[in-house]
Design a protein around this ligand. Structure first.
Ligand SMILES: *Cc1c(COP(=O)(O)O)cnc(C)c1O
Length: 498
C-alpha cells in the first residue's frame, strides 16, 4: 500500500481566506498583503519545506508565524555586547536621551528653513552653527551628512581644479571606502603628495607650493592607526604659517570630533576641533557620530570666508542633512556647554569612563539572573574568574586554568578580565580594561553567538579561542536583563528542560 502524499490535502487559498483567524489578520494588515503571505506559505507546503498541517489551527499558527517573520523590520535595535563603543556596523554612537527626545519632536513639522521671527525664509544651515561656533571657537560652521562629506565639500569648495598637498604619511583609508587619494580625486582636485611615509617636513610642503597650482594644504589626522619609530610630521601651526605666507588655505581632516579633553576620559591625547581652529586652519572637518557621540553628521568649522565658500557650493545642497539629524546634533552639542554634563549624559563618553568594578558588579548580577537559583532550566552555571584574551584583548590567558572548577556549569560561564575598544576608527591602541562574561563554548562558539543574535532584541557578542565573550561596557544598564535572558536561551538550547 502506498502512503498518500500529504501535499495532496493542502487546503486552498480561497477556503483559508474565509477562516475567522485569516479574516482577523486581513482586518489588521490588509487583504492583499495577507493573501501574498498565505500564497507564500502554501508554496512552502507544496515544495515540502514545511510539514502539511492537519488542522485549521495548524494553518492559523503557520500563517501567524509567517506574518510575524515577514514583519520583522530590516533595521533593528540590537544590544551591543561587543565592548566596542563606536561600533560602525552597529550604528556607531548611541544617542543621549536629550538627543532622542529632540529627534522625536523634530519628526513632525519644524522651522527647518523658516524664520519664526520674520515669518520669512530661514536657513537650514543656521541650526547647529551657533553651538558649533561656541564649542570650537570658529567664526562659522556648517553641518552636512557625514565626516567624509565634510572633507569632500571642503576640498571641492576650496581647491577644485587645483592641487591638494598631502603628506605621504597621511594617505590613509578610513574604512567604508574612504581613501584620501580617491576623495581628493573625486573632489576634482589633483593629489600632490609630499615627503615620505614616515617623515614629512615643512620644506616638503613649501617646495610643492612653490611649483604652483596648489589650491589647499590638507592635513589628515591619523585616527585609525599609529605610527612610531623614525617619524616626523609638520604640525598644524607650521602648516598654517606656511599657508598664510603663500596664500594657501589649510584644511584639517580631524575625524573623530572629540569635544572634551581626552584626559578626562582616561584616553591618550587626542586633538579637538577647537585645537585645530586655535591653530588657525581655514576649515576643520569632523564626524558627528564618533567621539562627539551624536547622530551621523559631518561638521566643517573655520573662517567665515571658508565656511561661506562651502555653503555656496552646490555640493553642500547634495550633502545636507535632515531635520531629525539636525535636532539630534543640536541637542547633543548643547550638552557640551558643561563638559561634566556631556560626560555623564552622552552614552559613548559615559561608556568609555565606566569603572571596571561597576562592570564586574553588573556582570555578576547578569550571571546571577541568567543562572537562576540552583541552576534551573536553561540557567547558566557560573565558574571562577581569570584573565581572558578576547578578540579585542592583548592578553593571552591560559584558558584551561580559567575554567577549572566550572566543570559542572552548563555554559562554563565566568567573569574574566578583558579589554574594550573605543572603535569607530579612533584610538586604535587604547585598550579599556573591562570585566567580561565569558562562556566556554568550544566548537559551539559560533552557534552560541547565533543563538544570542536570534534573541529579541538580538544580542551581538564576540568569540575568542572557543569562548563567547560578553562585554557589558557597551550595554546600557537597563539592557542587562536582556543579556541575561539571551544567556538563558543558550542554556535552554543546549539542555532543553534543564
Ligand atoms: C571617520 C573619519 C572620516 C569619515 O567620517 P565619517 O563620519 O565616517 O564619514 C574622515 N576622516 C577621518 C580622519 C576619520 O577618522
Amino acid at each position: 500500500m502506498t502512503v498518500p502524499d500529504p501535499r495532496r490535502r493542502i487546503a486552498g487559498v480561497d477556503r483559508l481566506l474565509e477562516r475567522p483567524w485569516c479574516r482577523e489578520l486581513i482586518a489588521s494588515r490588509g487583504r492583499g498583503w495577507i493573501t501574498g503571505r498565505l500564497r507564500a506559505l502554501l508554496g512552502d507546503l507544496r515544495a515540502g519545506r514545511l510539514p502539511v498541517p492537519d488542522s485549521d489551527e495548524g494553518y492559523a499558527a503557520l500563517l501567524r508565524a509567517e506574518v510575524a517573520r515577514a514583519e520583522i523590520p530590516s533595521l533593528r535595535r540590537v544590544v551591543n555586547a561587543t565592548g566596542v563603543v563606536l561600533h560602525t556596523n552597529l550604528g556607531r554612537a548611541p544617542l543621549a536621551e536629550e538627543a532622542r527626545r529632540a529627534m522625536a519632536a523634530a519628526a513632525g513639522y519644524g522651522n527647518v528653513e523658516f524664520d519664526l521671527g520674520s515669518g520669512g525664509r530661514g536657513s537650514r544651515y543656521d541650526h547647529c552653527a551657533g553651538l558649533a561656533r561656541e564649542l570650537t571657537g570658529a567664526e562659522d560652521a556648517v553641518v552636512v551628512n557625514n565626516g567624509a562629506g565634510a572633507v569632500a565639500l571642503a576640498l571641492t569648495a576650496l581647491a577644485a581644479g587645483r592641487g591638494v598637498v598631502v603628506s605621504h604619511g597621511e594617505m590613509v583609508e578610513i574604512g567604508g571606502g574612504f581613501r584620501i587619494p580617491e576623495v581628493v580625486e573625486a573632489a576634482g582636485s589633483e593629489l600632490v603628495t609630499v615627503g615620505t611615509t614616515n617623515r614629512t617636513r615643512r620644506a616638503d610642503y613649501a617646495r610643492a607650493i612653490e611649483r604652483g597650482g596648489v589650491g589647499a594644504i590638507l592635513k589628515v589626522h591619523r585616527s585609525n592607526f599609529a605610527m612610531s619609530g623614525f617619524t616626523e610630521e609638520t604640525d598644524l601651526a607650521e602648516l598654517v604659517a606656511l599657508g598664510a605666507e603663500s596664500g594657501t588655505p589649510v584644511i584639517h581632516d580631524l575625524g573623530s570630533g572629540l569635544l572634551i579633553d581626552s584626559d578626562a576620559l582616561g584616553l591618550p591625547h587626542e586633538p579637538t576641533p577647537a585645537d585645530s581652529v586655535g591653530a588657525g586652519v581655514d576649515l576643520v572637518a569632523f564626524s558627528g557620530d564618533k567621539l562627539l557621540g551624536g547622530p551621523q553628521a559631518g561638521v566643517l568649522a573655520g573662517t567665515g570666508k571658508a565656511v561661506a565658500a562651502a555653503k555656496a557650493h552646490p555640493l553642500c545642497r547634495a550633502l545636507r542633512c535632515d531635520k531629525v539629524t539636525l535636532a539630534g546634533l543640536e541637542a547633543t552639542l548643547a550638552l557640551y556647554r558643561d563638559p561634566e554634563r556631556a560626560r555623564e549624559r552622552i552614552p559613548a563618553l559615559r561608556m568609555i569612563s565606566v569603572p571596571v568594578e561597576e562592570l564586574r558588579r553588573r556582570a555578576e548580577a547578569v550571571l546571577g539572573v541568567a543562572g537562576g537559583r540552583g541552576g534551573q532550566a536553561g540557567g547558566v552555571g557560573v565558574g571562577g574568574g581569570a584573565p581572558e584574551g578576547g578578540r579585542t584583548g592583548a592578553r593571552d590567558a591560559e584558558p584551561g586554568a580559567a575554567v577549572a572548577g566550572a566543570g559542572k556549569a552548563r555554559l562554563g560561564a565566568e567573569i574574566a578580565e578583558g579589554w574594550s575598544l573605543v572603535g569607530g576608527g579612533t584610538f586604535p591602541d587604547a585598550r579599556l580594561p573591562s570585566a567580561v562574561i565569558r562562556l566556554r563554548a568550544g566548537e559551539d562558539a559560533d552557534a552560541w553567538l547565533e543563538v544570542l543574535r536570534a534573541h529579541d532584541p538580538p544580542v551581538v557578542a564576540r568569540s575568542r579561542k572557543g569562548y563567547v565573550v560578553i562585554d557589558l561596557r557597551t550595554v546600557a544598564p537597563h539592557e542587562d536583563e536582556i543579556v541575561a535572558a539571551a544567556l538563558r536561551s543558550i542554556g535552554a538550547k543546549i539542555s532543553p528542560g534543564g
